[in-house]
Structure formats: C-alpha cells, structure tokens
Design a protein around this ligand. Structure first.
Ligand code: UDP
Length: 471
C-alpha cells in the first residue's frame, strides 16, 4: 500500500486483462478512486477488469480515518516508527476479509504483494496458487538472498568496509552501511517482521512474478532460478502496457502539472538536453540537501525538470529550500514541479537525456525502458543493489557517491558531486556510450513485451503452469 507497489500492481492487472483474463484488483476505500480512474480506459476498451474493496481498519489500530497508504502515514509523522507499526498491524487484519472475498469471487489465482505474507495461507485455504509480487530486480533478489544465506557482513569489522557479495555473478561489493534495514539485527519492529515473514511465505508460495525482462539481467534471472532454486516468471517492464498519453500520465497520483503544459515545455528543448530529477514517491530530502541539488543544477548548466516532494509538515515554508531568486534565474532553463509528475511521459520524451534517480526499481526500469542513462543516488529500501546493477553491470549510470542507507532522507551529497555526475551523464563521449547502451536496452525492453518476446512468453508459461496447480 505504497505508490511504488500499487503502480506496478495496477499495470500488472491491466496486463492480465489485456491477455484475456478476468481480473479483479483488491484495494481499500481511499486507494480506490485513483485506481478506478487508471483502469477506466482499459475497461472502455472492453477488457474485464474490476475493483473489489476491503475496508481498512485504520481507526481500529489508532490511525486517522482514511490513512491507507504509506504516503499518508509519512505525512503524519516524519519517520514515525509508531505509525508504521500501526499501519503494519492494520495490514495484518486484512487476511480475514480477503478470505471472505476469495470465497465469494472464487478466482483461479491470487497475486499478492510481498508485504502480505499471509496471502499464501489464504490462497491455500481455497486451493488456489498464490503468486508473490516482489516489485524489484532479479539482481536485488539474488543479492539479498546471498547475504541472508552467507552473512558476509558479519565477517567485516567496520560498517564502511566493503566486501564481496558471495555466490553472486560478478564481483559485486557492498558495505554494511548500504544494507537494507532488515539485515541490521539491532532493528526489530513490525515492519522488519513483515519482511522476514515475506521471505518464508515466498518459499511456500507458487512462485514469484518479477517486473523485469530476461535480456536485462540474464545472469541474475538464471541464478535466481537455477542456483537459488526459486520459481519465478519475468513479465515486465509492466509500465510499457501504458501506450496512450493519458495512460502514461495518470499513474499513482494526479499529476501536479498539466501534461500538455509539460509536453509543450519539453517540445521546446533540443534532444537529450534535459535532465529529469525525481526520487520516487516517498524519499523526502532535507531543505539543505535540496539547496545542494539546486546549486548543482545551476552550475551543471543543463536544462532540467526537477520534481520535489514536500510533505504536509513543510507546507508554508516551501520556498526556504530554494536559493534566493533561483526559479526566476532558471526561467526557460528549468522546470520545477512541486508534487507529482507524469514520470513515464517525461522520461520517454526525446528532449530528456538523463535521469537522476534514487534507484527505486520502478523508476530504474522506467529509465531503462525509455533508454535513458542515469545518475544514481540510492536512498533506502533495496536501492543500493539496484544502483550496482545500473552502474557496474549494465554500465548505464554514474553514482553521486551515496554511501549510507537511510529510508527517507538518504546520505548527504554535496553539490560538487551532484554536478560532476550530471555532467558525466549528459556531456561527452562517456555519456554518448552510456546513452547508446541504454537505448539498446530500451529497445530490448519493448521487444520483450511484444508477441513472442521473452516477457510475453514467460507470461504464457506462468498461466499454463498455474493451470496445473494442485495443493
Ligand atoms: N512516480 C510518478 N510521479 C512522481 C513520482 C513517482 O509517476 O512524481 C511513479 C514512478 O513512475 C514509479 C513510482 O512512482 O512508477 C515510484 O516507484 P519506485 O520504485 O521508483 O520508488 P518508491 O516510490 O517505491 O521509492
């Protein structure tokens, strides 16, 4: 119940519908309006896609009415572990109503996000397969599993000492500081508990659907299946199912800029001259970090679209994060969007030549699908793994040098490092080489989802195999 999970889930649901399957999205009252808007065009085309609503027990666990998304939780209390714990508690209470719904709807298969570990048992009660939607790359699934199995972080003496992730193709090095929180034993809360349960429930489930494509991370897709022994199907990039302009523009939340206005701005710029900056749906940098970004954008001398998320706590002080007169000075050169951007629409525009990203998997894959090189700035979750895939394996990105995991604010990065990374991705021979590799991957992504492509075929395999499911 966070945009980074619901957006690809809705895309995936559309994919099932487009392929002729009767599809039902289960959601909660506050999340429903945006989803129903997003799927309306799919319905209008005659595909069978519907919504079923489960009441979310926010008030019962001490959350405000309507608090049904991480976005809302974070707008209440910045970094609030107590609120997160309540949110996790409320999620756990959805099992019973879900089972009632399964009884009524009698589906053939249940796809549920990793954050609903109990969904495997719920599906088993009705003799149907449960597929886990992990929402990340094969690379990070493999890296996380290697670390869980071999515990290499326990063999180094300091948090900043790097070590090789064992039994993972490539010599991939990481430090303890860049680890997702679940590997830090000192941190135990309801959220880390769900993540641990999700690992166990994945092993009992029918398998994992991965939003990726084989050609992108072949070695890791093979490793996940053949070495780690997991059952998985790659069916992505799911965002490519959005073919029309409105479908691309209306994902997640209502955009804070009119899409025509945005396109008009981009149309007035030369190809590959604009850098797009956005750090996903929950990252929230401090005012001083935003100032560093502004300074870097000015000194790097590139045109830009910069999307800034401000939470409710900061409202009214909005302009403190910008150097004085910045927006006026940048008129025509830079566009600042406060709130939500039509990301896929922007990324796919020819004028956009690079993407500064936090390496959330959806953003990363959307960048790849659009054929854009990236400036990588991982913040939290499994983003440090994704950064390694982009910079070291695919070689289509340059890191800003973020060294420390922090789930919302990230590591502090100075303007000089940001400027340098932007220049390297936008100017010169190295940039051209990265762009050319990224472009090829973008073409492969499109081919993967076309009739006969690797993701198209794996989707068919998934449907076939699920037909033979027997408890
Ligand atoms: N997104 C968007 N507009 C925004 C910010 C984000 O459309 O202004 C979408 C983005 O395209 C992606 C998702 O939100 O599909 C963010 O997911 P990601 O995994 O990149 O990051 P998270 O939000 O989970 O950290």
């Amino acid at each position: 119940m966070a945009h980074g999970h619901t957006i690809p889930t809705v895309d995936m649901a559309k994919l099932f519908a487009f392929r002729g399957h009767k599809t039902t999205i289960i959601t909660t009252p506050s999340n429903e309006p945006l989803i129903s808007k997003t799927i309306q065009r799919t319905k209008d085309l005659g595909f069978v896609i519907n919504i079923q609503i489960l009441k979310f027990p926010s008030v019962e666990v001490g959350l405000p009415e309507g608090c049904e998304n991480i976005d809302f939780v974070l707008s209440l209390v910045e970094n609030g572990t107590e609120m997160m714990n309540k949110f996790c508690l409320a999620i756990g209470k959805l099992q019973e109503p879900l089972e009632k719904l399964l009884q009524e709807c009698n589906p053939n298969c249940l796809v549920a996000d990793m954050f609903f570990p109990w969904a495997t048992d719920a599906a088993a009660k009705f003799g149907i397969p449960r597929l886990v939607f992990q929402g990340t790359s094969f690379f990070s699934l493999c890296a996380g599993e290697s670390i869980r199995l071999y515990q290499p972080h326990k063999k180094v003496s300091t948090d900043s000492a790097s070590f090789v992730i064992p039994d993972l193709p490539g010599e991939i090095k990481i430090t303890r500081k860049q680890f997702p929180i679940i590997f830090r034993e000192e941190v135990q809360n309801d959220f880390t508990k769900i993540v641990k349960e999700s690992n166990e429930s994945e092993l009992k489930s029918f398998g994992v659907v991965v939003n990726s494509f084989y050609e992108l991370e072949q070695a890791y897709a093979d490793h996940y299946r053949n070495v780690l022994g997991r059952k998985a199907w790659h069916i992505g990039p799911v965002s490519i199912c959005n073919r029309g302009m409105e479908d691309k523009a209306q994902r997640g939340k209502e955009a804070s800029i009119d899409e025509q206005e945005c396109l008009k701005w981009l149309n007035s710029k030369k190809p590959n001259s604009v850098i797009y900056i956005r750090f996903g749906s929950i990252t929230n940098f401090t005012d001083s970090q935003l100032k560093e970004i502004a300074i870097a954008l000015e000194t790097a001398g590139q045109k830009f679209i910069w999307v800034v998320r401000r939470n409710k706590n900061s409202e009214g002080h909005e302009e403190e994060w910008l150097p004085e007169g910045f927006e006026k000075k940048m008129e025509g050169k830079g566009l600042i969007i406060r709130g939500w951007a039509p990301q896929v629409l922007i990324l796919e525009h020819d004028a956009v030549g690079g993407f500064v990203t936090h390496c959330g998997w959806n953003s990363t894959l959307e960048g790849v699908s659009a054929g854009k090189p990236m400036v990588t700035w991982p913040v939290g979750a499994e983003q440090f793994y994704n950064e390694k895939l982009v910079t070291e394996v695919l070689k289509i990105g340059i890191g800003v040098g973020a060294k420390e995991w922090d789930w919302l604010h990230g590591d502090y990065v100075k303007s000089e490092a940001i400027e340098k990374a932007i220049r390297r991705v936008m100017e010169g021979e190295e940039a051209e080489e990265m762009r050319s590799r990224a472009r090829k991957l973008g073409e492969m992504a499109r081919q993967a989802v076309e009739d006969g492509g690797s993701s198209y075929s794996d989707f068919n395999a998934l449907v076939q195999e699920s037909r033979y499911y027997g408890p």
